[in-house]
Design a protein around this ligand. Structure first.
Ligand SMILES: [Zn+2]
Length: 495
């Protein structure tokens, strides 16, 4: 059983220093050094060729779209773009890597010296970027026969090379000191911001749960005034929440060891999604010698300044600026805006407003009823079977008095069940508000006749008693009356 300190006590004593290494799979049509398809989910080993299988004599050619995407990421992260850069061979043996080296970048990365600003608890943190470089992904090893899919207990291992050679961008931060107790939140905010920046560029779908954005979290602790401590590297943390949890766990674990006078080993650790723990993996006490050397089969790259400036001019509005603009446009408070961001509803609300509804109407549906449905079904909000246009139509019907909120929720049932647009669902299910005043007056008359004592109270000036009659009319019309209209009819009749 690993001994853990209380988190708050740990950060009173020690200062955490963060570091984040993020791998992003680019969504280019073809692989980094050959023309093989990158489509996810194909039959194993069907998207391979002599180049990505490293057959003798095969020669790689660099993918221009991947280089462009990497330069754009570098520019969006405020990096300097190299004037001269080249690939290197990183030599190590691994069964899912057919070449026995990974073509990567070493001393000459494509982009260097950038930064990302994030805000946590109203305070600004600048996370400095050391480098952004381009490399290729490895294949995938599947361990068969064991209970957990891990190598332990497996009877055989199979290799799928479809992923081998897919372009991968690695983004490495400089150490981030000075976050104190907020280290977990800063790590999360940085990862979220990086994801949003890359998503806005349209060069990757950056889905953590599918592995197109993978995060390694480095953490060390030191006493105030001391040198930075020995860091651990927690691998493949695959959600924003897990980034936060991994940092928190390492602070608690390392501080308990340091308190006991033990030392921290420089090692790779693995995050356990189920328990929130990190477990020791490979020790890095002996630095691996990757015998990097320049890749002789690929030409050096010298991105012209004109090309770089051209790419800079194509950058989209930075996500941070966009959020500030939309928050002002929609007149949302900081807390409400934070809820929108946390629910991943920014784009959905923007599209709903663009489809012609008020910001408050769009926010109400996406953060309220639709978030509740998404939570229930365990889906992402954007995956619900309702489009922003349909939400705008729904709110439009509410604005026109054709639906009340209760009926609108039933219309949502129908839309989610694939019965068509809100107007179709309302027509098919007979859900529109009864606007025929003749029918409403008749229902009110019946309610008054059935509740003479209540009617007398209202006649005597107790308007609050109208609630009973409104309830009776709503029941009679199966909730399809507008409560305000019904109330008015009742008061008109009884006063
Ligand atoms: Zn290939």
């Amino acid at each position: 059983m690993t001994k853990l300190n209380d988190y708050d006590k740990a950060v009173e004593t020690y200062e955490p220093v963060l570091g984040l290494e993020t791998h992003i799979e680019l969504d280019t049509n073809t692989k980094m050094f050959c023309g093989c398809s990158t489509t996810f989910g194909a039959e194993p080993n069907t998207q391979v060729c002599p180049v990505c299988l490293a057959l003798p004599g095969a020669l790689p050619v660099a993918n221009k779209a991947a280089i462009e995407a990497t330069i754009k990421i570098g520019l969006a992260l405020n990096c300097r773009i190299a004037e001269w850069t080249r690939f290197a061979r990183k030599n190590y043996f691994y069964p899912d890597m057919p070449k026995n080296f990974q073509t990567s970048q070493y001393e000459e990365p494509l982009c260097e010296e950038g930064y990302v600003d994030v805000t946590v608890d109203g305070k600004e943190y600048r996370v400095e970027i050391e480098r952004v470089h381009l490399e290729e992904d490895t294949g995938k090893t599947l361990h068969m026969g064991g209970a957990t899919g891990r190598i332990h207990g497996a009877t055989e291992s199979l290799v799928d090379y479809n992923r081998a050679g897919i372009p991968l961008v690695e983004i490495v931060t400089k150490p981030v000191p000075g976050t104190g107790a907020l280290a977990p939140e800063v790590a999360r905010a940085y990862t979220a911001e990086l994801r949003d920046i890359v998503r806005a560029l349209g060069v990757s779908d950056v889905r953590m749960e599918q592995g197109s954005l993978r995060c390694d979290v480095n953490l060390s602790l030191n006493l105030p005034g001391d040198e930075w401590g020995t860091r651990t590297e927690t691998k493949n943390v695959n959600s924003l929440r897990s980034v936060e949890r991994a940092v928190r766990y390492e602070v608690r674990r390392q501080s308990a060891l340091l308190d006991a006078g033990e030392r921290i080993f420089q090692e790779t650790r693995h995050f356990q999604e189920a328990t929130g723990e990190t477990r020791a993996g490979r020790s890095k006490e002996e630095a691996t010698d990757y015998r990097y050397f320049p890749e002789p089969d690929l030409a050096v790259m010298e991105p012209s300044r004109e090309w770089v400036e051209q790419l800079r001019s194509e950058l989209p509005e930075p996500p941070r600026k966009r959020r500030e603009r939309l928050q002002a446009d929609w007149s949302l408070g900081d807390k409400e805006m934070q809820s929108v961001v946390n629910a991943d509803a920014l784009q959905l609300i923007e599209s709903t407003v663009a489809a012609g509804t008020s910001p408050s109407g769009a926010v109400k549906w996406w953060l309220g009823e639709l978030s509740r449905r998404a939570n229930e079904s365990g889906e992402e909000l954007a995956a619900l079977a309702i489009t922003p246009t349909q939400v705008a139509q729904l709110q439009g019907m509410v604005d026109d008095g054709r639906l009340n909120d209760k009926l609108a929720r039933q219309v949502i049932d129908g839309v989610l069940a694939g019965e068509g647009d809100p107007a179709d669902v309302a027509a098919k299910r007979g859900l529109e508000v009864v606007s025929d005043t003749g029918a409403l007056e008749k229902a009110v008359d019946e309610a008054i006749a059935a509740n003479p004592a209540v009617a007398d109270k209202i006649r005597g000036g107790t308007h609050a008693a109208a609630g009973v009659l409104i309830g009776a009319v709503m029941k009679a019309t199966k909730g399809q009356a507008d409560a305000g209209t019904v109330r008015q009819i009742i008061l008109d009749k009884l006063s």
